[in-house]
Design a protein around this ligand. Structure first.
Ligand code: 5GP
Ligand code: ZN
Length: 113
């Protein structure tokens, strides 16, 4: 298994897990860009948002709901946070397993990119 996030799902690589259910896992980013930086992923390997088929789009809603729950848990829901999903090389995606970044805990840049 080469995918780093699949290895985290399988428990082959350690991670700071904040949430998991049958479909979704959330853990802290190893290289945080903000005081709170969590990655929310589907357990199943889906390479990117562009690879998500029309009949599995509900996973994105579930991931957003987990992000919202974790934002409350981490105490940033009221002040605000940002969710980011990068897709493909020009989108800045480095790990080819669909993931959502939850970023917060400081004033984020007004510029999106
Ligand atoms: P991308 O640039 O693909 O949207 O984001 C990939 C993210 O995964 C990066 O923020 C990077 O720090 C994080 N990451 C890469 N490898 C690991 C790892 O082994 N463990 C954890 N927790 N995060 C990782
Ligand atoms: Zn994977």
């Amino acid at each position: 298994m080469e995918c780093v996030f699949c290895r985290i799902v399988a428990g082959e690589l350690p991670s700071d897990i904040l949430y998991q259910d049958k479909q979704i896992m959330a853990f802290r980013d190893i290289n945080p860009l903000a005081p709170i930086h969590v990655l929310i992923i589907p357990r199943r390997h889906i390479a990117s948002l562009a690879e998500l088929s029309d009949n599995e789009t509900s996973i994105i809603g579930r991931m957003a709901a987990v992000a919202n729950k974790l934002a409350r848990q981490e105490g940033i829901a009221e002040k605000g946070y940002r969710l980011v999903v990068s897709s493909g090389r020009e989108g800045g995606q480095v790990v080819p397993h669909l993931h959502m970044h939850l970023l917060g805990g400081r004033r984020l840049s007004d510029r999106l990119c």
